[in-house]
Design a protein around this ligand. Structure first.
Ligand SMILES: Cc1cc2nc3c(=O)[nH]c(=O)nc-3n(C[C@H](O)[C@H](O)[C@H](O)COP(=O)(O)O)c2cc1C
Length: 305
């Protein structure tokens, strides 16, 4: 049995989960390749009996670069795939959306795994509601899922089709939110980024970390957000904070948004699906991540208070 895990991960949460799923698969099959999303040769995928595709949740759904990856796949008649993700408070419509698109490529989607994880957005507070995840227990669960999915794939291949699950249905409001937060809407409503060339040291970190190659600091004028998946990773990785956005509106929306997020997490905790690792009342809305980074850079990264 030949297996592969494909992973898109910006801040490492999905990668950590992916590694544990891989360890679990290896326990059962003795082998599992692992590739980053942009390293995958799509024409080699039919060689694999089981493929796992993992990513963070962005805007209640899979990131748009991951969606484009799925839509560019060749037909993979009957191949077994599973999908996994990491997320903050709301997984949204991620699994139904990914499964639906994979099925259109002839893939048999045989499993789903999600894990709560830390979140870093420039305009949101940090630490956040899910900081501390994935912890040791989340990683252990991911490894157990790896064992389970490998065994399941073997049994389905032997003919036991009853083991093929449907994605868990999600609240209609999550589906609507994912549809509303489409690329056109985000393009119109989200902050327009600019590069301050006085601060830019041409280290190219932003270019290297843009999942859609939407930045070129050498062009005249510099190119940014063309295209864009609205992940804000460029602003987060820039060592001199040369990439600027007007975060005020999103900072102002944070307390109201967090009320919903907290409600979703309380409900998940009541179902036994989430464990609080921080005190949600300790969240500081007056100190979003981008302000913390400004302070860090001003004082040489020594004092975060
Ligand atoms: C642009 C952006 C949008 C996000 N949207 C959501 C979301 O809709 N729901 C959610 O639960 N988490 C959301 N998150 C949090 C990420 O899913 C979470 O931090 C994830 O673990 C990041 O994975 P990575 O470390 O592998 O990049 C978002 C994060 C970013 C950067």
């Amino acid at each position: 049995m030949k297996t592969l895990i494909i992973c898109f991960s910006q801040t490492g949460n999905t990668r950590r989960i992916a590694e544990q799923i891989r360890n679990g698969i290896v326990e059962v099959t003795g082998q599992c390749d692992m590739k980053k999303l942009d390293e995958v040769d799509k024409n080699s995928l039919a060689d694999y009996d089981l493929v796992g595709l993992g990513c963070p949740v962005f805007y209640y759904q899979e990131p748009f670069n991951v969606r484009n990856f799925i839509e560019d796949l060749p037909q993979l008649n009957g191949r077994h795939w599973f999908v996994f993700c990491t997320h903050g408070s709301v997984i949204g419509n991620t699994f139904p959306s990914m499964a639906d698109r994979l099925q259109k490529k002839g893939v048999l989607v045989i499993g789903y795994h999600d894990s709560y994880a830390d979140g870093t957005l420039p305009f949101y507070p940090y630490p956040t509601l899910t900081t501390g995840h994935p912890d040791a227990l989340d990683l252990k669960e991911a490894r157990a899922f790896g064992r389970k999915i490998a065994a399941r794939s073997q049994r389905i291949a032997e003919g036991d089709k009853s083991l093929i699950p449907a994605p868990k249905s999600v609240p209609e409001a999550w589906v609507r939110s994912s549809q509303m937060l489409n690329p056109e809407f985000l393009q119109q409503t989200m902050p327009k980024l600019r590069i301050d060339m006085q601060k830019c040291i041409k280290c190219h970190e932003c270019e290297d970390n843009c999942p859609v190659k939407g930045i070129d600091v050498e062009s005249e004028p510099p190119r940014i957000q063309q295209p864009c998946v609205y992940c804000w990773n460029c602003a987060k990785v820039c060592p001199t904070l040369a990439i600027e956005g007007d975060w005020d509106m999103l900072v102002a929306m944070a307390p109201a948004n967090y009320m919903h997020y907290r409600e979703a997490l309380d409900e998940a905790a009541a179902r036994g699906e989430f464990r609080w690792l921080i005190d949600p009342d300790s969240i500081r809305f007056d100190d979003p991540l981008y302000k913390q980074r400004e302070r860090e850079i001003r004082i040489g990264g020594k004092d975060r208070s």
